[in-house]
Design a protein around this ligand. Sequence first.
Ligand code: ADP
Ligand code: MG
Length: 257
Amino acid sequence: MRKNKVEKELNEQLKELCLTTVQKRYADIASMARRETLSYEEFLHELLKEESEVRQNRRRERLMKASRIPEDKNIDTFDLKRLPSKAAQQAKTLFTGAFIDYTENILVFGNPGSGKTHLLCAIGQEIIKTGRKVYFTTCSILVQELLQAKRDLVLPNMLKKLSRFDALIIDEIGYVQQNREEMEVLFTLLAERYERGSIMLSSNFPFSKWEKIFKDPMVTAAAIDRLVHHSVIIELNLPSYRMDHAKVGKSGRKIKK
Ligand code: ADP
Ligand code: MG
C-alpha cells in the first residue's frame, strides 16, 4: 500500500519536473541496482546519466535540423586522405571545434568539386555535436533573404537572428553574379559579425578576383580584411571528386580516357 503511494507520488513529481527519462527508466535501473548492489550514489548517477544523454541527443537533433546542413555530408563520409596534407591537418584541428571559442573564420578555396561544401558541412556537424548552433546557407540565398529583409525594414531583426548562431556557413560566395545592392547587404552582415561570430565560407574565386564579387574596391578590401583577421584559410586545389567518380563506370571499373 505504502509502496503504491510512493510510486504514484514519485511519478507525479517526475512529470512535474519534466524528468521523462528518469520516469521511464527508474524502475528498471532500481532493479539493476538491487541485483548489482549499487550504492545510492551509483544508482542516482546511472539514472541521471541516461536523462542527460537523452536530452543531449535531442538537443543535437534540434540543432541539426535548425542548421539545414545536409546530413550525409559528415565526417564519416568525408575522405580526409583526398586532401593535401596541410589541408588534412587543418581539417583535423577544425573538427575539434575549438576555433569557435576564438571566433575564428574558416575560408575554403578551391575549384568546383574539390570538396569545399562537404568539408564545411562536416566541420559544422562536428561543432553541433559539442552543442553549438550552426546555420548553413548558400551565398545567393542568404543575399536574397537579407535584401528582402532590408526592403521589409526588418534587416536588424534578421541580423540579430543570425547572430544567435555560433557559426554561419556561407557556401559558394561569388558563384552567382550579384549586383551592388545585393553585395552591400552581405557586407553589412560581415561587418556585423566581425569578431562576434564565426563565418565559414567557401569560394571558387581567390581573393584576387573578389572585386568581381563585391564590385567596389574599397568594399572588397574591407570585406577581405574583416574575414581574414582571425581566420584559417584552406586551399583545396584538387581534381573534382565528381569527375573522378564519373570516370568510374557502373561496374566500378575505371572508364578509359
Ligand atoms: P565543392 O563544394 O568544392 O564544389 P563538394 O563538397 O560539393 O565540392 O563535393 C562534390 C561531391 O564530391 C559531393 O558529393 C561530395 O560529397 C563529394 N566529395 C568531395 N570531396 C570529398 C571527400 N574528400 N570525401 C568524400 N566525398 C567527397
Ligand atoms: Mg560547393
